[in-house]
Design a protein around this ligand. Structure first.
Ligand code: S3P
Length: 439
């Protein structure tokens, strides 16, 4: 599918974003193992969360929709069931890694079907993503994990087994890996300590705490204690995804004369690194309301267009905006001076190699991007010409390019834009409701 984005005059209006992807994944998997019926409001209805729901259904978990509320019948007592069908995780590394942790340590879930093994698989894109980072700590806990094709890549066979708590230092900051170990730790004998080189998003910890799980937390360290019983069911309302809000947010900053309001966005500080960096560059973004549910801060943001100046993004700041670099690059194009991104090698392990692919596509529209092994730099401001770019199957790259199209001289065509539905199915219509021209 091709999406065409055209030069637009001022954006105005207020919008609600789709539910937070990370919290939706965690809520679904925890609800599936709870004892009783959970109700999750604001659950993200998109490709990446659908594969989580389909995988849970394949493991015997029932769920349904009551209007916009996801209702999950927890299998806390009966457990998940192994079957001949693989649990298919599509393009979703979060689904794959969280399920790996959840399945590793529950021997009572082993049935004779399929040799007592759960098979986890995914798309060709997912089959190329690194899984050793989750296999290694889970095996250290005693997990039985079998590589079925390429070593340490999907598909994997996981035989639920007795596992023990460990103390593990993660070589890279990754919330998915941390969460997989914590979920395994719930079923381990003894406690499990995870240490990370810099703090990653902590939605799993916040949700577990809200459910009454004992956690000892210190900066860059969290210890989880096994629960010895199923979790209680969840009743939560999930806020809009800050990572989705980032697209209209940057659009409103760079399209002259814009003023928009983003309603009820998740404002967990481990997710809003982009906001801190953009404010440093001069962005006019105000929080006009703030509240908290299930331990997660949320609020409305008012965004006004204005001049931006360049900055350097490095160190721990990178993790707090790890998913936002494609759209951040678009802000950097319009900023005065050289914006430098470093210590961001993890970007090469995302849905695409987000350093090389971003640089390649931006060059096509007239932006000189200097690529380095762990980042890139952009000198702005640049007048973007239109033309044709490719998403490389990466939803965030596709949406970032569509935002660039709002300030390009001639229309910008994004090939392969169907991937947008992985995380933000109503992206174009939401942008158009603010005055954009995307079709
Ligand atoms: C996520 C963590 C991040 C992020 C991904 C979602 C999560 O990945 O890029 O989109 O929900 O835990 P890593 O943990 O691999 O950095």
């Amino acid at each position: 599918m091709r999406l065409v984005s055209r030069n637009t005059s001022a954006l105005h209006g207020s919008v609600r974003l789709p539910g937070d992807k990370s919290i939706s994944h965690r809520a679904a998997i925890l609800a599936a193992t709870a004892d009783g019926r959970s109700r999750i409001d604001g659950f993200l209805r998109a490709g990446v969360t659908q594969v989580m729901l389909d995988s849970l259904a394949a493991a015997g978990v029932e769920w349904s929709w009551e209007k916009e509320t996801l209702v999950v019948e927890g299998n806390g007592r009966s457990g998940f069931q192994t079957g001949p069908q693989p649990l298919y995780c599509g393009n979703s590394a979060t689904t794959f890694r969280l399920l790996s942790g959840m399945l590793a340590g529950r021997p009572e879930w082993r049935s004779d079907a399929a040799g007592g093994e759960f098979i986890l698989d995914g798309s060709d894109q997912l089959r190329r993503r690194p899984m050793l980072r989750v296999i290694e700590p889970l095996r250290a806990m005693g997990a039985v994990i079998r590589s079925m094709q390429q070593p340490d890549c999907p598909p994997l066979g996981i035989t639920p087994s007795e596992i023990s708590g460990i103390e593990y230092s993660m070589p890279v900051a990754s919330a998915q890996v941390k969460s997989a170990i914590l979920l395994a730790g719930l079923a381990a004998s003894g406690s499990t300590l995870v240490q990370e080189p810099s703090p990653s998003r902590d939605h799993t910890e916040r949700l577990l705490r809200a459910l009454g799980v004992r956690l000892d937390e210190a900066p860059c360290r969290v210890r989880v204690f096994p629960i010895g019983r199923p979790l209680p069911p969840l009743e939560i309302r999930i806020a809009g995804d800050f990572s989705s809000a980032a697209f209209p947010l940057v659009a409103a900053l760079i399209v002259p004369g814009s003023e928009i309001i983003l309603r009820d966005v998740g404002l967990n500080p481990r997710r809003t690194g982009l906001l801190a960096v953009l404010r440093r560059m001069g962005a006019d973004v105000a929080e006009i309301d703030r509240s908290e549910t299930a331990g997660e801060p949320r609020g409305d943001l008012r965004v006004r267009a204005g001049p931006l100046s360049s900055t350097v993004v490095e160190g721990t700041e990178v993790v707090d905006m790890i998913d936002e670099f494609p759209v951040f690059a678009v802000a950097a194009i319009r900023a005065e001076g050289i914006t430098i991104i470093q210590n961001a090698a993890e970007l090469r392990n995302k849905e695409s190699d987000r350093i090389s692919m971003l640089a390649a596509e931006l060059r096509k529209i007239g932006v000189a991007v200097e690529e380095t092994p762990d980042g890139f730099s952009i000198e702005g401001p640049v007048e973007i010409r239109g033309g044709s770019v490719n998403s490389h199957g990466d939803h965030r790259l596709a949406m970032a390019m569509a935002v660039a199209g709002l300030v390009s001289k001639t229309p910008l065509e994004i090939e392969g834009a169907e991937c947008v539905s992985e995380s933000f199915p109503n992206f174009a219509s939401l942008m158009n409701s603010l005055g954009a021209q995307m079709a």
